[in-house]
Design a protein around this ligand. Structure first.
Ligand code: PLP
Length: 344
């Protein structure tokens, strides 16, 4: 869905010079390039702190721990997300509580979060801004898909970012960051990602090894200035598609003014998604299903295969993501629109 080689070509000179400088420096873990990348990321996203970690999944797990979530606690999250949202909860020994999404937007329905669950992870799916129910003890936002939009932390102070290569800004491998305005949470996240060390060889708590390394930090610094252009291109593509599909045959998701566009997703008419995908494929156009199965229906959770979250299940049956990124021109989008019109 994104041509990563073309994306690299646009920033190749800068990224390659930065990576080469790191390789020649001999400083690969921590150091000034990592500090600079974390500072630039925090500034770009209007947060006080960005703590680089090994992946978005780790960013979630570490953010939850740093925010005070303990093993055995229950954590509410939407049934519709990439699996890592639930996985990060399981990784820290807590228990995921799946909550259905809103009927018209694929985001956590705050009214359905059980009153006695004190920890909530709203997910800004596809760049859309999710809300948290008021008055909960801990809110950590899964902002893996919303780099560039909003503050990534509705009702809370901490969010988790993924720098997976296909995100609006990605690195050349795995990477992520914990974003927060709270100095204590930032310090804890840093310690947890570095073996629980609060000072050299002083381990006050259990941690893990999860850091954004200097080579990836250099890649991030080279890509970050592209953020406004890429975010604007995705939003512009979404507007072109919204306009084209106003009268069908597919239904664009309703976007709010604060929403960004990480993926452009439409709902196909019931039973028509496979035909739409086949039509796009015949025209040489990639499309993707995010996601085919609600998380509570995944085999790892056992159960009888039926989702207890009907809105999430209905969404999974009809959603289709179309290409929407900075590498597309108007001709490319016209081809996508024609293929959808003819096949969906
Ligand atoms: C919503 C969501 N949460 C978490 C993650 C995990 O991020 P990563 O792949 O960097 O571990 C992703 C990644 O794709 C995601 O889309």
């Amino acid at each position: 869905m994104v041509d990563l080689a073309a994306r690299h070509a646009a920033v190749a000179e800068d990224v390659e010079a930065r990576v080469l400088a790191v390789l020649r420096s001999g400083r690969y873990i921590g150091g000034t390039v990592v500090d600079e990348a974390e500072g630039a990321l925090a500034q770009a996203l209007h947060r006080r702190y960005a703590v680089g970690v090994g992946s978005g999944t780790d960013a979630l797990a570490i953010a939850l721990l740093a925010a005070g979530v303990k093993a055995g606690e229950r954590v509410a999250l939407p049934a519709l997300s990439f699996f890592a949202t639930a996985e990060s909860v399981q990784m820290i020994g807590a228990t995921p509580v799946f909550v259905d999404v809103l009927p018209d937007r694929p985001l956590l329905d705050p009214d359905q979060v059980p009153e006695d669950v004190e920890i909530v992870v709203p997910v800004h799916l596809f760049g859309m801004q999710a809300a948290a129910p008021p008055g909960r003890r801990i809110v950590v936002t899964d902002a893996a898909q919303c780099l560039g939009w909003g503050h990534g932390a509705p009702g809370g102070v901490t969010s988790a970012l993924s720098l997976y290569p296909t995100k609006t800004i990605g690195v050349a491998g795995d990477g992520g960051a914990v974003l927060t305005d709270d100095p204590e949470i930032a310090a804890l996240a840093r310690a947890i990602g570095s073996h629980g060390m609060s000072a050299p060889y002083v381990h006050e708590r259990w941690g893990r090894n999860s850091r954004l390394d200097a080579v990836q930090a250099a890649v991030l610094l080279g890509h970050l200035p592209e953020l406004p252009r890429r975010a604007a291109a995705r939003r512009a593509a979404a507007e072109v598609y919204d306009d084209a599909f106003r009268d069908g045959p597919v239904t664009p998701l309703p976007r709010h003014p604060d929403d960004g566009v990480h993926q452009y997703v439409v709902l196909c008419a019931p039973g028509r998604r496979a035909a739409a995908q086949a039509g796009l494929h015949r025209a040489g156009i990639d499309s993707a299903v995010y996601y085919p199965t609600p998380m509570d229906k995944q085999p790892v959770f056992g159960g009888d295969g039926r989702s207890a979250c009907p809105n999430a299940a209905a969404f999974c049956a009809r959603a289709l993501a179309l290409p929407a990124h900075e590498g597309l021109n108007h001709e490319d989008m016209a081809r996508v629109i024609t293929a959808v019109m003819e096949s969906a």
